[in-house]
Ligand binder design. Structure first.
Ligand SMILES: [Ca+2]
Ligand SMILES: [Ca+2]
Ligand SMILES: [Ca+2]
Ligand SMILES: [Ca+2]
Length: 762
């Protein structure tokens, strides 16, 4: 939807306006008081007619030791219990808890007992209520969960379901319980204050990062503790922010039930069961409080190495999922929020009988509801303030721009009350120049309606730039079949002002990526013509996966595949914006053309830390290109490049060139028959150690001769790298000070087909 500048200005004024309450002002959750004399439980339900707290001394296998009827004050249900009383009841150790809730579709009956149907009216009523007292519900504000709904010893997921077949099954003994944390003293170190524009992001899975790493003590592999032991190596690679795939609790305790099969596996973890709890499976210390302490310990390790920790958060749907069958409105999982207040926490169809779905994997979280938004903001603040994270990547974030609670979906960034704008208002983004604040990164799409919003997010939001990915892939891999112009390429290399400059955002709101966890690895992008997700363990089987990959195997020539990958990394590191690498891509990781390994908790999907010569060379190339980016502020502009000379040295801040050395004009940019483009940045306008930087990219299949432009008064051009095969080796990028002289203005440089040249003037 197009918006006028005037409307943008009005929204800008509104953004600061809503007077939101403090973070978690009602103290929802469960907490001991300061002296541990009492413990207070508080949970929200606007629709319940009765809620009982159930307390357990063990996570599974025993009946409750005590239960308490809670008191309702305007939808906040609470009870406070002296710990002395709990001790007398046999509850002096770890407190495990859950709730049972009654409401309009299942009113309380004093004769109800666990597993009975007394009081039952319907599985769902006309208001969308799905109360069922036979299901023990986890607290949405629990700080840890004891275990996942199904485990190695309890594989029967039907106990959580409603509907005629399952509604009377009592889930209490087996269900996950919340854990009341007693607090800890683990610090998160000192948070980096680096500006987002200066970051290099590394996307990784906390388990996959070290499961294959033989340098790490076996028991620590795959855990937060193991990940903390990689911080120094990642700092040495040069990355400045690690972006973890989801670490909030998800159903993955069963992944190892069959260690050589994907059956039922959920490796990536995009099905969140609880938004506060770090996933217990990833902890070496799995005792109560262990995941929380160990996550913080990991954060400190990264902070100690100057690396930000960003977490991938999934506030568009939850692990409760959708209807078991599209033709049955009665059978749904009841883990927590759905059984406490379904229409508050979930977007429903207009008749309130089904989930509304823009994710393809379950019902939308009701991001436009104030209470549901409170949970988003409160949990984000907990990860920032207590667990120490520095920012977030929001999965399918267009759902957070929804303006509609039930029966429709409409993204509107101008809605000051949508979750996106509320997050910016309550969790202020890091200032442009760095400092305290969070980095907010959106995956700016979902499924259906107007959810594709690359460039369409509000102020304060950076985005995964899908346009960057698509243009670079097509320019590299689709020559002759997709018309990509040098103008499109130039726009992406320069920070995508068409997407982020039109609305007052900056180049660094563009997260420039070519690959992500979702899709081919960098190696496979240039080695696979199509996906192969049906192959056997450990490379498959995965269902789904994109068919429109813009991939190409470079004619099957291995050297060309490596060259294409070098071009990809080089272009990312030389583009304005924030580059994002996928863990493993720095060393040509392959998963044999599987482009959707979401369920593949296997040795093939975990990062490999042994290197072939080609991989070692590629890692050296990546490391050197990251270092070059970090050494040259001219590549990390705070604002979009200007095309004028701002400092009187007769050199424009940025100028684009044709191969013949002439200035690239609109005619050249717009002609899809042109495939070579070069640009020169005046380093002196950025305080850069290089007085100017020149990049030439030849996307054509044959050599192109580039006539070099003026390097500045009394300067010559020196080569930093040429991605062509002739230069392949452990030192394809020259170390600072060893750049190779190539000549001055009007020197002709022959650049191989599909090659990239990087020069500096000195
Ligand atoms: Ca889990
Ligand atoms: Ca498995
Ligand atoms: Ca825009
Ligand atoms: Ca200048």
């Amino acid at each position: 939807m197009q918006r006028t500048l005037l409307a943008a200005l009005i929204t800008g004024a509104l953004l600061g306006a809503p007077a939101w309450a403090a973070i978690n002002p009602n103290a929802l959750g469960a907490a001991y008081d300061a002296t541990k004399a009492n413990v207070t439980f508080k949970v929200y339900s606007g629709k319940a007619t009765r809620i009982e707290l159930y307390l357990y001394s063990t996570a599974t296998g025993t009946a409750e030791k005590a239960k308490y009827v809670m008191t309702n004050m305007s939808g906040i249900w609470s009870v406070t219990i002296p710990t002395a009383t709990l001790s007398s009841l046999g509850l002096s150790g770890t407190l495990y808890y859950g709730y049972r809730a009654w409401g309009p579709n299942w009113p309380y009956n004093a004769s109800w007992t666990k597993g009975s149907s007394l009081g039952f009216l319907s599985d769902v009523d006309t208001a969308g209520n799905r109360f069922n007292p036979n299901k023990l519900l986890t607290d949405p504000y629990a700080l840890e969960l004891s275990h996942d709904p199904t485990t190695a010893t309890m594989t029967n997921g039907t106990i959580y379901a409603s509907g005629a077949t399952y509604r009377n099954i009592d889930s209490g003994s087996s269900a996950p319980k919340g854990i009341v944390l007693a607090g800890d003293t683990q610090t998160i170190g000192t948070k980096p204050t680096r500006a987002l524009k200066d970051d290099v992001v590394y996307e990784a899975h906390v388990r996959g990062l070290t499961m294959n790493d033989s340098s790490i003590t076996a028991a620590y592999r795959g855990t937060y503790k193991g990940a903390s032991l990689k911080a120094a190596a990642l700092a040495a690679l040069g990355v400045t922010a690690i972006e973890f795939l989801p670490v909030q609790e998800t159903q993955n305790d069963t992944n190892d039930n069959d260690p050589t099969s994907t059956t039922g596996d959920n490796y990536w973890g995009y099905m969140t069961l609880n938004y506060f709890a770090p996933d217990r499976r990833y902890a070496y210390d799995k005792t109560p409080g262990g995941p929380t302490r160990e996550f913080k310990e990991m954060v400190k390790a990264f902070h100690d190495n100057g690396i930000k920790v960003l977490v991938d958060v999934v506030y568009n749907h939850t692990g409760e999922g959708g209807a078991w069958s599209p033709t049955d409105t009665t059978t749904y999982n009841l883990y927590g929020m759905r059984g406490l207040d379904n229409p508050t926490y979930y977007s429903l169809t207009s008749d309130f009988q089904n989930s509304w779905d823009n994710t393809g994997v379950g019902g939308n979280y009701n991001t436009r509801n104030t209470v549901a938004q409170n949970l988003i903001v409160d949990s984000l603040a907990y990860w920032r303030d207590k667990l120490g994270v520095d920012g977030y990547r929001f999965d399918l974030a267009s759902v957070l721009g929804n303006t509609c609670q039930h029966g429709c979906y409409n993204f509107d960034k101008m809605d000051a009350g949508n979750a996106l704008n509320r997050i910016v208002a309550e969790l202020p983004p890091r200032p442009a120049a760095g400092g305290s604040g969070v980095d907010l990164i959106a995956e700016p799409w979902a499924i259906g309606g107007n959810s594709y919003q690359v460039g369409g997010f509000p102020s304060g939001w950076a985005e995964w730039n899908g346009g960057y990915r698509d243009v670079v892939r097509q320019a590299q891999n689709k020559l002759g079949s997709v018309a990509i112009t040098t103008g499109q390429m130039a726009t992406r290399f320069a920070g995508s002002s068409d997407l982020y400059g039109d609305d007052g955002r900056k180049p660094w709101h563009s997260i420039n990526f070519i690959t992500a966890h979702d899709g081919f690895t960098l190696k496979d992008l240039y080695s696979c013509n199509s996906k192969n997700n049906g192959q056997a363990w450990p490379y498959g089987v995965s269902d789904g996966g994109e068919d429109n990959n813009n991939s190409w195997d470079q004619g099957g020539i291995a050297a060309d595949q490596r060259k294409a990958a070098r071009n990809g990394v080089a272009l990312m590191m030389l583009s304005a914006g924030v580059p994002m690498l996928v863990g493993g891509d720095e060393a040509l990781r392959s998963i044999n053309c599987n482009n959707n390994p979401y369920n593949l908790d296997s040795s093939a999907n975990w990062l490999n830390w042994t290197r072939s010569t080609d991989q070692s060379n590629f890692e050296a190339f990546t490391k050197a290109m990251i270092a070059f980016r970090k050494a040259h502020p001219a590549l990390r502009p705070a604002n979009f490049y200007s095309s004028v000379d701002n400092n009187g040295n007769v050199m424009e801040q940025l100028r684009w060139f044709k191969p013949d050395g002439g200035v690239a004009d609109a005619t050249y940019f717009n002609d899809a028959n042109n495939h070579a483009i070069a640009w020169r940045i005046d380093g002196s306008e950025f305080g850069d150690s290089a007085s100017s930087i020149y990049v030439a990219h030849n996307a054509w299949s044959a050599q192109v001769n580039f006539t070099l432009p003026w390097p500045g008064a009394n300067k010559s051009w020196y080569r930093v790298t040429d991605t062509c095969t002739w230069a392949e080796g452990p030192a394809q990028v020259q170390a600072p000070g060893t750049e190779v002289a190539v000549g001055g203005e009007n020197t002709s440089y022959g650049l191989c087909g599909r090659g990239t040249l990087l020069l500096i003037a000195k």
